[in-house]
Design a protein around this ligand. Structure first.
Ligand code: FES
Length: 83
């Protein structure tokens, strides 16, 4: 059961998201209703493998580009940007 006292707040493209400790950035992006990139035909793409292989989940995290968001846990005040 989620514990509001332990929740972590971060922003995804400027939208505040509250998650529980242990939540990946990829999950936070999806909770925020975002996506991680667009296909060559312009369709939104989202994390696929969830284990660091496909690179579909790349995002800018704390100003660092092309981070695999499925491999990084959310931290308090984190700033996440996607296309
Ligand atoms: S979802 Fe495949 S590398 Fe992150």
């Amino acid at each position: 059961m989620p514990d509001p006292a332990r929740s972590i707040t971060l922003t995804v493209n400027g939208t505040m998201v509250r998650v529980q400790p242990g939540t990946t950035v990829a999950a936070a992006i999806l909770i925020a209703g975002g996506y991680t990139r667009t296909s060559v035909s312009g369709e939104p793409r989202a994390p696929l493998c969830g284990m660091g292989i496909c690179f579909e989940c790349r995002a800018s995290i704390g100003g660092k580009l092309h981070q695999r968001s499925c491999q990084i846990l959310c931290t308090q005040g984190m700033d996440v940007r996607t296309p």
